[in-house]
Write a new protein. Structure first.
Length: 465
């Protein structure tokens, strides 16, 4: 108990009393017992304190009571829907589909939405599904919630009843959790549709894992129009964060990502007679070393940038054979659109110049990937505060900036957006594997928290309008 603060003593949901600083010297233990007796309530629900300086107005009592009632309602719904949402997640997990191939996943989502009675459209952006839940005055405020739904080309190594039945394909990035959570949110918000004003647009998005990204296709198709959402929320599992916790970071969050393909051509020949050849391996080695100087010498040190080459191949070649051609593949990531353009031009110029100066040639190709992801500061600050109300300040953390990328960034370039992390790890139960590994799994209690928190954020924002 925070004894320095003015406390709020709740003696029942229909009545609450405010205590002054002196009265709160002893925590209102007796009154707290009331909440302990309520099967759906935890005693922590009444640990609500205001700073001593804050003046409490008449009427506060009523709004506070309804706030607590709404939070309780959402918690209760999340708890009661949890088993069915776990079943949905397990179905999705055992039937994963690769990016742009999510045919059955799309059908399954549509079937569930139909069961819930929620209007939706199928085959959006490929196999995506977009649903609308309208409250009172549907046009008053529109918000969007997004979940991705594709899986990865990985063979699952977990020995679990819901193991992937699609050999070589696995939900190793938690998109099954995101989709199941959003279906849970759909159920919760549909149950509460008489209690909010506005419309919630649910976007079940395909193909997050593969360029050009399902988000860019959906946006092109007009998913952010008719009706146009004021902003968008998305959540993503984070196994390094313990279940029960969530992470919000206002501002820059994830990097842009571009793919780089180089083809260095020389003239093959006998390894013992280099004077008769143009060695593309040596040229490629010079290019590799020189390109790193783009990051170390040209990038603003305050703008994170990463250049990594993960693949080098030579066409032919042996200990005594100089090949004709070497190919290199890499990734460039950063947080500034202007610099992104400049770096690409510099890399191309440098690679081509080095190859030419050494008698060879270089084809330089960039495949533009996702832009950087920026969380709207005001929206994310509010969401973080709502998360504190829902989960307690000890369960809301600020994750670091990440050099990984995510196609949710496309939305963030168009409308205010907030992408946050959902803790799914549980070291005590051995659930620690990172995403994109064949042993990745989640603590499924994260589904209860994921759907409850997202519903709470949506309701609070609609209330805010
Ligand atoms: Ni992912």
């Amino acid at each position: 108990m925070n004894r320095d603060a003015v406390g709020i003593e709740l003696t029942g949901l229909k009545r609450c009393l405010f205590l002054s600083g002196s009265q709160i010297q002893t925590p209102p233990v007796k009154e707290l017992q009331f909440f302990k007796k309520q099967p759906e309530m935890q005693t922590e629900e009444v640990k609500i304190f205001y700073p001593p300086a804050q003046r409490l107005f008449p009427g506060c009592c009523q709004s506070l009571t309804s706030k607590i009632m709404l939070k309780e309602k959402i918690r209760r719904l999340a708890k009661s829907f949890h088993p069915s949402i776990v079943a949905i997640r397990r179905h999705l997990h055992s039937h994963p589909e690769l990016s742009f191939q999510e045919v059955e996943t799309g059908k399954f989502i549509a079937t569930k939405l139909r069961e819930f009675g929620i209007a939706h459209e199928v085959n959006r952006g490929g196999h995506g599904v977009v649903a609308l839940i309208q409250g009172e005055k549907p046009g008053k405020k529109i918000i969007a919630l997004r979940a991705d739904m594709d899986a990865l080309p990985i063979s699952e190594a977990n020995d679990v009843p819901y193991k992937s039945q699609n050999q070589g394909v696995m939900h190793a990035c938690g998109h099954d959790v995101h989709t199941a959570s959003l279906l849970g949110v759909a159920r919760i918000l549909y149950s509460l549709k008489d209690e909010f004003e506005g419309t919630v647009k649910l976007i079940f998005q395909p193909a997050e894992e593969k360029l050009p990204g399902g988000a860019s296709i959906l946006i092109e198709e007009g998913v952010l129009e008719n009706p146009r959402p004021a902003f968008i929320f998305g959540q993503h599992v984070l196994p390094g964060l313990e279940v029960g916790k969530v992470g919000f970071r206002p501002g820059l969050f994830m990097a842009s990502s571009d793919e780089i393909y180089l083809s260095v051509k020389g003239k093959g020949g006998h390894g013992a007679l280099p004077q008769n050849s143009i060695d593309p391996i040596l040229i490629a080695a010079h290019i590799l070393t020189a390109l790193q100087q783009i990051v170390s010498r040209h990038a603003n040190p305050l703008t994170p940038s990463v250049l990594t080459f993960g693949k080098i191949n030579s066409a032919g070649g042996a200990t005594n054979v100089i090949p004709n051609e070497v190919t290199l593949e890499g990734t460039f990531r950063t947080f500034d659109e202007e610099w992104r353009e400049e770096a690409q031009l510099r890399m191309k110029k440098m690679a081509e110049g080095i190859a030419e100066s050494m008698g060879g040639s270089c084809q330089f190709e960039i495949v533009r990937g996702y832009p950087f992801l920026k969380n709207d500061e005001a929206l994310t600050d509010r969401a973080r505060q709502f998360a504190v109300e829902y989960l307690g300040s000890e369960n809301v953390v600020e994750p670091d900036v990440r050099m990984t990328s995510e196609d949710f960034a496309f939305y963030s370039q168009k409308i205010p957006a907030c992408f946050y992390r959902l803790g799914t790890g549980n070291p005590a139960r051995g659930i620690t594997s990172p995403v994109h590994t064949n042993t990745f799994d989640v603590d499924e209690d994260s589904l209860r928290i994921g759907m409850g928190l997202m519903s709470w954020l949506a309701m609070k924002e609609l209330e805010n309008s």
